[in-house]
Design a protein around this ligand. Sequence first.
Ligand code: SF4
Ligand code: SF4
Length: 292
Amino acid sequence: MTDSPLENIPHNSPLQPVKLFLDDTIQFRCHKDIACFNKCCQRIDISLTPYDILRLKKRLGLTSNEFLAQYTVPYEMDASGMPGVKIRTADDNLACPFVTEEGCSVYEDRPTVCRYYALGLMSMRQENSSTDEEAYFLIKEDHCLGHNEPRTITIRDYRKEQEVAHYDEMNREWRQIVLKKRSAGPTIGKPSQRSFQFFFMGSYNLDSFRNFIKSQGFSELYDLKSDEFERLKTDDVALLQFGFKLLKQVLFGENTIPVKSDAMEKRAQQRREQTKADANNPNKDYDGPNMI
Ligand code: SF4
Ligand code: SF4
């Protein structure tokens, strides 16, 4: 996902500077007998979405902490420092840790970027707009012979073939959060370290997020029905989607999760006391609509 990678691309970039939409056609086919098989997995730069991590950690039988530590490296998604994660490679070998001679060892759970390749997806939101636009672009790398295969396909059908719609659906709210945070720019204040940490946990570290919602502070503040609460303790997909809603509430002050009224009054009192204590600290970072 990107704001618009097609702006200012250098002439030697493999990104083709043409915006494509669902009914546009590309010439491309990838298959096991092609001479370049696995070449695209030898020098990777793969950003992971929250649902990618959910699928991969489950596939590998790891907790999200273990998966993040073993297989990922953090990076900043934009100039404001919005945290992202990429697949980690060895220092002297940029091959994907999941590639084998037979191909991708996690194929059924491969990340969104791998499903889309040789397409890229861009999600855009104009400043002061509340709606997103999705478009695609072609990536033509010299080593990839799939572009010479005699098969044309619409992007709509390519997405079906790669079973990417489910991934996009699972990440939709998260993409909205990322775009909103970016497009809000300075009007919503300087993002604090704390809001980024919360974004990281709600996006990528489901097991830590689950511990957070089981904490006393969480149940004192948020008013969840007991069956929903029990579900969140065991169902990763439900927890992920709940996390996106909570991120919207914490980062943007949207009323996505009901809050206990007495808890609000208690928090307001704490906030008043905190404000008094901070009165002599004019450099205090803005921390967003703080409800965590
Ligand atoms: S996850 Fe699979 S498809 Fe994606 S780069 Fe790694 S080996 Fe290749
Ligand atoms: S055709 Fe392209 S995507 Fe398919 S294996 Fe070859 S390099 Fe990778």
